[in-house]
Design a protein around this ligand. Sequence first.
Ligand SMILES: [Fe+2]
Ligand SMILES: [Fe+2]
Length: 299
Amino acid sequence: MEKVSMMINARKLFKDISDLPTIPAIVSRVVTMLDNSESNPDEIADLMLSDQVLAARVIRVVNSPLYRTTNRITSVKRALLFIGFKSVREMILTSYFVDAFGQKDQPFDMKMFWMHSFTVGAISRRIARMVDYNDIEKAYLVGILHDIGKVFLGHYCKEEYGQMLDSIRNTSYTTFEAEYEFFHTTHCEVGLCLAQRWNFPSAYCDVISYHHTSEMATEDPLLTSIVSLADFYCLSHEAADSVAQASIPGRSEENAWKVFKQLAKESLPSSLEHFLSDLDEEHESINNEVNILFNTMTE
Ligand SMILES: [Fe+2]
Ligand SMILES: [Fe+2]
């Protein structure tokens, strides 16, 4: 089916929904200010302090083993200066999404969903470094958000999505293929609708829309390729009965590898296979990082 008709079907699903989560104004304002390197840390800290939950969470993450601080950091301003604007931006957005969707009733295990999302974020960050991508935090954040459409489908089409998951348990079908059969659209198009509603930057929209078909990405093909391969790596290491299943490298992954070869500035291993096996060395540190992050975000 054409992408256009899949988008039309995705939009239909949104038509009658009135309780769609929105991004709180404070979060958009803080994130916009953090994006501007000229912003004054005092002003941002003041804005963040007006939301106690946001401020407390940032301080908790900064003091977690993720950042190995020698002295406890107790002020938002010091947290901002210590870990940098971009890291705080990614932390705020992540915590917002976990809050907004974390409690939603789902036909799948939300803990597994977030663990997958955080792991794809962490792997995307490593791949971004390996291929010398210019915004490593962006790769991390969009890695976390790539499957956001699944949360929408799982929550607003709960019964049907549950039936769909049951129908592919212990088969080699992926959720991506099954969604297409059941809904004539997938979490990619649904995720794109959400991303557009929330005014995400166009590169984020592209990744969410094309992480299973990276060859169609136009906005930032390198970023989409990074997340596509991170997702593939993660799926091929996850248990077969999880929300998503492993598969052999397909067109999207082969294309991602081609894009790395063309656009990446660093010298790369000789084959996709070697590239993926280089990631194995990072496996344990990625798992550690994801566990700490998950526990801190959901405390
Ligand atoms: Fe996906
Ligand atoms: Fe995924």
